[in-house]
Each structure stands twice: as structure tokens, then as C-alpha cells.
Design a protein. Structure first.
Length: 175
């Protein structure tokens, strides 16, 4: 078995990425503090050909060297937009036909392994602040909550890890 060289991976150019049909999933980042986490979400969104990322509240915006450090150019390929208020972003997405899901530990949440992305034509997933999670008013406005099953002693996962897990499941469910 031989590792492939980058030149053998046949990745899309930025132009081809922009023109490609995207999977009907958008990401909403609710007051994310870490620029490295923001960059990681951009890179994951690029990997799975997502429609767009909404950066809300205190979430930093490109260009920024600390976002670029983990995004590795994905800020150039992935469509993104800044919205000051996460709540108004979620409401706007719902008005445009998106089912919005907070990624959060909540009463009556849907466990990710039981979520069926194929039942929804347009999905928005909201990831919250590293300390406080998704703001309660945003949770209240979402159509539902999705929870990542966790069996260990810790209460949460890093947002970049959570995004990778959730977005992979969305990708699998929409393909």
C-alpha cells in the first residue's frame, strides 16, 4: 500500500468548488471564540462540499492568520457570511426552507446516530460557544436539537471535533 501524493488526489480547484453542486447543509457558528476552531470548520465544510457557513456574534471573520492556519485556504472556497445575531440568522434560514438543528445536549434531543438527514431537503446545524454552547434563545428557535452520544466522563467535545462528526453524518445522509 502506497500513500497518495497530493497531486494524485484530484481535488477541485477553488473555481470548480464554487461551481459544484453542494450538499444542502449550512453551518451556523454561534459566538465561537477560537479562531483555530473556526478555521477547522471551514476546512471540514470544504471537504464535504457544504453550501455555506454563517459566522455570528463574536465569531471572527476571514481573513485572519489564525483562521487561515487551520482552514488552509478553505476560506477562499467555502461561501460564508457574517450575521450579527445568531437568532435572526436561524429565523432567516427557516424562512428559506431550512430545518435548523442546534448541536447541543438538551431535553428530548435526537441522538446523532438516530438522526436521518435524508428526511430533510435543507439542513442548518448550529454549533455553539466553546464554554456556553448554543445560546438558549437559539435552541428555542431551532426545529430540534441533535446530540452526539458520549459515554465517557467528559461533558463535551471540542467544536472542531463535533463539527467533523456531525458534518460527516450530514454528508453521508444526503449522498
Amino acid at each position: 500500500m502506497r500513500k497518495l501524493k497530493n497531486s494524485e488526489l484530484e481535488r477541485l480547484s477553488v473555481k470548480a468548488f464554487k461551481e459544484a453542486t453542494k450538499i444542502p447543509v449550512v453551518v451556523v457558528l454561534d459566538n465561537i471564540r477560537s479562531l483555530n476552531n473556526i478555521g477547522s470548520v471551514f476546512r471540514t465544510a470544504d471537504a464535504f462540499l457544504l453550501e455555506k457557513i454563517y459566522l455570528c456574534g463574536i465569531t471572527a471573520q476571514p481573513p485572519h492568520k489564525d483562521i487561515h492556519k487551520t482552514a488552509l485556504g478553505a476560506t477562499e472556497s467555502v461561501n460564508w457570511e457574517y450575521e450579527e445575531h445568531t437568532l435572526s440568522c436561524v429565523k432567516k434560514l427557516q424562512q428559506n426552507g431550512y430545518q435548523c438543528f442546534a448541536i447541543e445536549q438538551a431535553e428530548n434531543s435526537i441522538m446523532l446516530n438516530q438522526f436521518n438527514a435524508s428526511k430533510h431537503s435543507k439542513i442548518a446545524v448550529v454549533f455553539g460557544n466553546e464554554v456556553k454552547g448554543v445560546h438558549q434563545s437559539v435552541v428555542d428557535a431551532c426545529n430540534d436539537c441533535i446530540e452526539i452520544p458520549q459515554l465517557g466522563t467528559k461533558h463535551s467535545l471540542n467544536i472542531s471535533v463535533s463539527a467533523g462528526i456531525v458534518l460527516w453524518e450530514m454528508f453521508k445522509g444526503t449522498k
